[in-house]
Design a protein around this ligand. Structure first.
Ligand SMILES: CC(C)(COP(=O)(O)OP(=O)(O)OC[C@H]1O[C@@H](n2cnc3c(N)ncnc32)[C@H](O)[C@@H]1OP(=O)(O)O)[C@@H](O)C(=O)NCCC(=O)NCCS
Length: 333
């Protein structure tokens, strides 16, 4: 059976920064409150005219360049997003056209767990022998669905995209994945309007129901319970333990969640990656952006063992254990 390994990685964050000082001017909050409760200092925000597919295309181009292949070699494109350019068609189709690909393309929506879900699909297709090379992108423009009069949510989210090229290989790169969902938690985190349940109408816009609503405390408790569980399941499927990990890369939602999870998994904090201070929560982009950050800053080397773990609306969760097989070209020369 062919196995799947990560052959290329790339990411993109939009130029515009939204700092805590900016938010202090918009809602009743403070830099100190935001830093203490979340660890977030700033986030990146899409520009006027920029959409999720634009972020995805830039991340995908970087991943293709890193893998040293062009679009002709891609057999399947999967975009994980819950903030599509439009409900119809899928954002993946816009990305496919922009990249000049001719392969099948579709979206996966598992909110902030979306990248791990899409990774599972890509890995499974490669292991089945139906494809040799799959482009998996996690991209979200969360700020387009955030109510910037709601201090409970607007401090948390940012925009971005990350992508990996998965390729068939003799040795497994992606060793094990564990996914989960519990739809009874659907109300915890949602965008109430804009779908078939509550189509957009003036009344709906007046009530600001096109924006994300969240029960922050409930989400926090769910996250610190489910992340260690998902990580342990993926580690078990990979025949590894937390002690074997070079890095744990959790979904970048809140520094307090990251620290709590590190403690529950008995992981030294210096081996638990965080860039949430600079990105905020970029939803499906968060894990591939974090991985690319580690890789491009030279902190990820061939042979390292990495666990990534996401959680999000649905509620959903997912973890993957990856043997990093790539060296940076600067390390090779
Ligand atoms: C949102 C979150 C930071 C709130 O932190 P918290 O410690 O739970 O704070 P609470 O919601 O209990 O609110 C405490 C107080 O701060 C206030 N508050 C909320 N947001 C605030 C803000 N931005 N600035 C200042 N005060 C704020 C609340 O109104 C509340 O005031 P009260 O005690 O007078 O009612 C935290 O719950 C969280 O991060 N949850 C997870 C969210 C998440 O990760 N979502 C994405 C999942 S993919």
């Amino acid at each position: 059976m062919p196995r799947a390994a990560i052959a290329g990685i790339g990411s993109y964050l939009p130029e515009d920064r939204l700092t805590n000082a900016d938010l202090e001017r918009m809602v009743d909050t403070s830099d100190e409150w935001i830093l203490t409760r979340t660890g977030i200092a700033e986030r990146r925000v899409v520009a006027a005219g920029e959409a999720t597919s634009d972020l995805a295309v830039r991340a995908a181009r970087a991943a293709l360049a890193d893998a040293g292949i062009d679009g002709a070699g891609i057999d399947l494109l999967i975009v994980a997003t819950s903030t599509p350019d439009t409900l119809i068609p899928a954002t993946a189709c816009r990305v496919q056209a922009e990249l000049g690909l001719t392969c099948p393309a579709f979206d996966v929506n598992a909110a902030c767990s979306g990248f791990v879900y899409a990774l599972q699909v890509g890995v499974t297709v490669i292991e089945s022998g139906r494809a040799r090379t799959v482009l998996v992108v996690g991209a979200d423009a969360m700020t387009r669905f955030i109510d910037f009069t709601d201090r409970g949510t607007c401090i948390l989210f940012g925009d971005g995209a990350g992508a990996v090229v998965l390729r068939a290989s003799e040795e497994a790169g992606v060793l094990g994945i564990a996914l989960g969902a519990d739809g009874t938690g659907a109300e915890m985190l949602k965008v109430p309007a804009g779908g078939s349940a509550l189509p957009l109408a003036q009344q709906v816009l007046d009530a600001r129901q096109q924006y994300l609503t969240m029960s922050g405390n409930e989400v926090f408790k769910f996250a610190v319970r489910v992340i260690p569980k998902a990580a342990r399941e993926a580690l078990k499927a990979s025949g590894a333990t937390a002690a074997d990990l070079t890095w744990l890369v959790p979904h970048q939602a809140n520094q307090r969640i990251i620290d709590t999870v590190a403690d529950r998994l008995h992981m030294p904090h210096e081996r638990v990656f965080s860039n949430v201070a600079a990105t905020g929560n970029t939803s499906a982009a968060s894990i591939p952006v974090a991985l690319d950050d580690l890789y491009t800053s030279g902190r990820l080397s061939a042979g390292d063992l990495v666990a990534v773990v996401g959680f999000g609306a649905g509620v959903t969760w997912g973890a993957a254990v990856v043997r990093w097989t790539k060296s940076r070209s600067s390390e090779e020369t």
